[in-house]
Design a protein around this ligand. Structure first.
Ligand code: IPD
Length: 276
């Protein structure tokens, strides 16, 4: 076994896997950015009237799925816009074709293509993320990481900010699409906001987690994320030195994702737990 192989994963070379994830994510981002330039409209709504999908979300995911099936037909695929494909290899691709769809729709920067490959059950609390890439076409940035291999923005290694006290921390967060969920999120925010430097709501959890990895945020949390929103970003943040977890000291889940440098993580998690 080489240092590029993951001990509990099927026989896979992480450098090769990352190269494939990067190639597919970059191609998908170019496709989506070109579609954005040509003009975008809402194709349908999903969980609520504010939870929109554009034709480009669907077409970008279809492109990603076709590329995965061509290169690795035995892998599973868990994507935002289509049904789960169960694989036989033990690996699953976790795909958000456009994270930050509302930014994409309005022509705001800060949407991204997010692609990760995980080993084990396709469930954030039990999978092991092996490789992840987040491409932000508005800035041309490509963030990437492999398990144990560190995180990079292009050629540059990433490192989270360390030893930032909560009172000096810039924290990213986000809001879901249901009114009930937003009320809960607002209640938590009401308690957290007075305790921190400030809050940012940029509109893409994947971009937020990469911003944390790059030291542009000190921490991030959100209640109610889907696995594809955070699979790649959480690996990139972890590999940049962040602690990433969920509720009650457990793993990240659809209930809660919290991420911050080791000096801030406990204080931030504690403030969120007290607010909930
Ligand atoms: C959304 C973004 C947003 C977060 C929402 C997510 P989508 O993903 O990540 O930042 O606050 O909870 O649903 O719908 O644009 O793929």
């Amino acid at each position: 076994m080489t240092e590029h192989e993951a001990s509990d994963a099927p026989d896979v070379d992480l450098a090769e896997l990352l190269a494939l994830v990067r190639e597919i994510a970059v191609q998908a981002a170019e496709f989506a950015a070109e579609a954005r330039r040509a003009g975008v409209e809402i194709a349908a709504t999903k969980s609520t009237p504010t939870d929109v999908v554009t034709a480009t979300d669907r077409e970008t995911e279809a492109l990603i799925r076709a590329r995965i099936l061509e290169a690795r037909p035995d892998d599973g695929i868990l994507g935002e816009e289509d049904s789960m494909l169960i694989g036989t290899s033990g690996l699953t691709w976790v795909v958000d074709p456009i994270d930050g769809t509302v930014n994409f729709l309005y022509g705001l920067p800060g949407w991204a293509v997010s692609v990760a490959v995980v080993a084990g059950p396709p469930e954030p609390s039990s999978w092991r993320a092996l490789a992840g890439v987040v491409v932000n076409p508005s800035t041309g940035e490509v963030f990437e990481a492999t398990a144990g291999g560190g995180a990079r923005l292009g050629e540059r290694s990433l490192q989270v900010n360390e030893a930032v006290p909560l009172g000096r921390a810039l924290i990213g967060t986000g809001f879901g699409y249901s009114a009930e969920r937003r009320r809960e999120q607002a209640e938590v925010l009401l308690e957290v906001l007075p305790q921190v430097r400030d809050i940012r709501r940029a509109g893409s959890a994947a971009v937020d987690l990469c911003a944390l990895a790059a030291g542009r945020l000190d921490g991030f949390y959100e209640q109610g994320l889907n696995p594809w929103d955070h699979a790649a970003g959480a690996l990139i943040a972890r590999e940049a030195g962040a602690l990433v977890g969920g509720p009650r000291g457990g793993s990240e889940s659809d209930e809660l994702v919290v991420a911050a440098g080791p000096g801030l993580y406990e204080e931030l998690s504690g403030a969120i737990a007290a607010a909930r």
